[in-house]
Design a protein around this ligand. Structure first.
Ligand code: PMT
Length: 408
């Protein structure tokens, strides 16, 4: 089983600055190493107050440096050698002070000196108080750095450690690791058009009621995000859900299964890869009342007949004329997962079925993690461990890549 992303592996120099978000850096190191990158950490003096150098050394498998003037450290690998070694320098968390230093070209400690000396691309993951981030000085520094080609990931909006709410949170390690892979690997999916469906559909009964399901859209949005990060042109057909549109993704909002079918058919022709993660309603009310159905005429316990009719099977429909496209379906199963998934794959005719066991509380609907199995047309099964949905998305795209190359 190959679990490595297909992007080029590289040397990542992680410059850790002194901010509370530094506590997330061990997880970032772990993810980068797991993706196959070599990682070395350099710390500012303040960073050591927030994260243990020993932890970073253990996880990176390489000595950690923090002083420019330590003869022992400098003798082992000089700051210029470090700057030259890097294929990418990541500053995380990037504090307002670090951004200002880099913008002004200061070189008064190890991190600032390495940043000035390196020829490698630089990725900043800002993290600071919302007012510091929106201060005109920080805005100007960010602008200047962007103009010079420095990459940014985040900051994101949310609750901040300082108690304020707003833009200033460091992006999650999984997001940063994905960006690193993209920057190092280049846009490996450039020129590929990926169509993703996500979320549940909502089938109206009357003016206020509907039939729907518990799909949050998280799984499909993760696939769209990951495909865009790899440089694909991504179209996301999304059922009603409040998730933000991933960067670089074109989103088409729909409500019903019929609307989803129309949107998928419309976008299918120009796509090379289709991933149907949506939980499409299999039935819809034959007729939706334009007015609210009144309850007052009904005695308690009285029945109300709603005639349901089958919706089109979108996945089966597109697989009937899929040509050389790679089409991936999902299956939400509560028992006999493998057998049910094999039967579903045969019925739908897709190239890969991603089956989730929805009897688990940490997988399937409305969770941040998922535990899936890949089921192939030959009946082979690959079981993945419990992973964040963004990582599951990466594994799916890795598999799609192999299917496109005909190596799986
Ligand atoms: O959105 P989340 O909260 O993150 O949850 C993710 C998920 C559990 C919804 C997702 O991982 C998943 O399993 N999606 C498919 C759920 C489902 O409806 O399975 P199904 O067995 O009913 O459908 C099988 C496949 O056919 C799916 O690819 C579905 O998109 C497709 N289908 C189903 C019915 C239909 N009328 N048309 C379809 O195209």
């Amino acid at each position: 089983m190959n679990t490595q992303p297909s992007a080029r592996l590289g040397n990542v120099l992680l410059a850790v600055a002194g901010g509370i978000a530094a506590y997330k850096i061990p997880e970032l190191v772990r993810l980068l190493r797991r993706a196959g990158h070599s990682v070395r950490c350099v710390l500012t003096e303040a960073a050591g107050e927030f994260v243990s150098p020993l932890v970073l050394q253990t996880l990176s498998g390489a000595p950690v440096r923090s002083s420019l003037f330590d003869a022992g450290e400098e003798g082992e690998i000089s700051h210029i050698e470090l700057a030259d070694w890097a294929d990418l320098v990541v500053v995380a968390p990037a504090t307002a002070d670090r951004m200002a230093k880099l913008a002004q070209g200061l070189a008064d400690d190890l991190v600032s000196t390495v940043l000035l000396a390196t020829r490698a691309p630089v990725l900043l993951a800002p993290a600071m108080n919302v007012n510091m981030w929106s201060h005109p000085a920080t805005r100007a520094n960010a602008e200047l750095l962007r103009e010079r080609g420095v990459h940014f990931e985040g900051p994101e909006a949310g609750e901040l450690a300082c108690g304020w709410e707003g833009e200033g949170r460091m992006s999650e390690p999984v997001t940063l690791a994905g960006r690193v892979t993209l920057l190092l690997g280049g846009e490996t999916w450039k020129g590929v058009r990926v169509l993703v469906s996500a979320g549940g559909t909502r089938e109206p009964i009357d003016a206020v009621r509907s039939i729907t399901n518990r799909s949050s859209g998280k799984m499909g949005f993760a696939v769209a995000e990951e495909a865009a990060r790899r440089g694909a042109e991504v179209v996301l057909v999304a059922g009603p859900c409040p998730l933000p549109t991933p960067p670089g993704v074109r989103r088409i909002d729909i409500e019903t299964a019929l609307e989803m079918a129309a949107a998928v058919e419309q976008e299918f022709e120009a796509s090379q890869v289709v991933v149907m993660a949506a939980a499409v309603a299999d039935f819809r009310p034959a007729e939706a009342s334009a007015l609210k159905i009144k309850k007052e005429d009904l005695a308690p316990g009285a029945g109300l007949q709603i005639e349901l009719v089958a919706t089109p099977d979108i996945l089966k429909g597109i697989c009937g004329h899929k040509g050389d496209r790679v089409v991936v379906g999902f299956a939400a199963e509560s028992h006999d997962v493998v057998e049910a998934a094999r039967r579903k794959l045969a019925r739908k005719g897709c190239d890969l079925l991603v089956a989730n066991d929805i009897s688990r509380t940490d997988a399937g609907f409305d969770t941040d993690t998922n535990a899936v199995m890949f089921v192939s047309p030959g009946g082979e099964v690959e079981e993945l461990p419990l992973l964040p949905k963004i990582e599951v998305a990466g594994r799916i795209l890795d598999r799609v890549e192999k299917l496109r190359k005909g190596t799986r």
